[in-house]
Design a protein around this ligand. Structure first.
Ligand SMILES: [Zn+2]
Length: 86
């Protein structure tokens, strides 16, 4: 009985001590690394996205973001690489 009380006391003390708790490191809020928009260009008919200078954009050049282009199923152009951002 005494042993059980001692054990209970130890648990209570460890719970009461703030130093016994693991310290959570401050993390940046989710998505903060992707706040910078990555601008890419798509064409009216193609299924690729391009950098601004790409010659594939001769006929049409629609400004969008890499995230949006990928969401719509566009893939990076092989000639220009699609975008400068990773
Ligand atoms: Zn291209």
């Amino acid at each position: 009985m005494i042993r059980r009380l001692l054990l209970l006391g130890t648990v209570l003390v460890s719970l009461a001590l703030p130093g016994a708790l693991p310290v959570h490191a401050a993390r940046p809020s989710p998505g903060s690394a992707q706040t910078k928009e990555c601008v890419v260009y798509v064409t009216r008919t193609g299924k690729r996205y391009h950098k601004a200078w790409c010659s594939s954009l001769r006929y049409s050049k629609l400004k969008t973001t890499k995230a949006e282009a990928e969401r719509l199923g566009y893939t990076p152009c092989r000639r220009c690489g699609g975008s400068d951002c990773e």
